[in-house]
Design a protein around this ligand. Structure first.
Ligand SMILES: N[C@@H](CCC(=O)N[C@@H](CS)C(=O)NCC(=O)O)C(=O)O
Length: 218
């Protein structure tokens, strides 16, 4: 099978990127990738729009066929490569992991989009308010994740790594970039450290050139 990921370092495409690395680690099925630099607007260029008309990452090309959305890509990899155990085998455990992933993808992530790109959600007069409100809501979600891992567990759902853990790494990095001191969420920080030390995760962090700590103070 030919698998090609279009990704941008540090963005949500990190989630399927790690899933692909787990597939490679457990089954030997390789993948390749192309960096789409969002800062330079590469995602909006006709060349990339011809690949993914929505102009977003991640996009996985599976034997020439486009597959988008973190939830769909990780589910596809799980079904195609069961040995990789992207999600748990047990039906309810899988549903719980999908539920957590969906919440992250459809609630936490779009809230951060309002922090990062407020101009899409408000005019010149309104965008600062959009950003401030979204930042407060995002902090609430960080607290919720902090609470969810407050018993010192290694994973946010059950007893194995799932895509939600990878997303959680992205969020705590984004928090630091937005000037939020992650030390306010101590359980989250130590949990994220543990996830980032897992071999497949740390390999992709190195490949993408990203670190867990992004907060430089303010
Ligand atoms: N729900 C989508 C979210 C994709 C998304 O928001 N991607 C961001 C990077 S984290 C992006 O490409 N942003 C560029 C843009 O929207 O202009 C998914 O799961 O793939």
């Amino acid at each position: 099978m030919n698998l090609h990921l279009y990704y941008c370092p540090g963005t949500c495409s990190f989630v399927p990127h790690v899933a692909l690395e787990l597939v490679k680690e457990t089954t030997g099925q390789d993948f390749d990738g192309t960096v789409i630099n969002l800062k330079n607007g590469e995602h909006l260029k006709p060349e990339y729009k011809a690949i993914n008309p929505r102009g977003q990452v991640p996009a996985l090309i599976v034997d020439g066929q486009l597959l988008t959305q973190v939830v769909a890509i990780t589910n596809f990899l799980n079904d195609t490569f069961p040995k990789a155990q992207i999600f748990p085998n047990n039906t309810m455990d899988k549903a719980q992991a999908l539920s957590m992933l969906a919440w992250m993808n459809n609630t936490v992530h779009p809230t951060f989009t309002r922090v990062f790109r407020p101009e899409r959600f408000g005019d010149e007069a309104g965008k600062q308010g959009v950003k401030e409100m979204a930042l407060e809501t995002f902090k609430g979600y960080l607290s919720e994740i902090n609470q969810l891992v407050s018993k010192g567990q290694s994973f946010i759902c059950g007893s194995q790594l799932t895509p939600a853990d990878i997303y959680a790494i992205a969020f705590i990095r984004w928090a630091g970039l937005a000037g939020i001191n992650p030390e306010q969420y101590p359980h989250y920080v130590s949990y994220a450290q543990g996830i980032s030390n897992l071999p497949a995760v740390s390999r992709i962090m190195e490949k993408e050139g990203i670190q867990l700590k992004t907060f430089v103070g303010k």
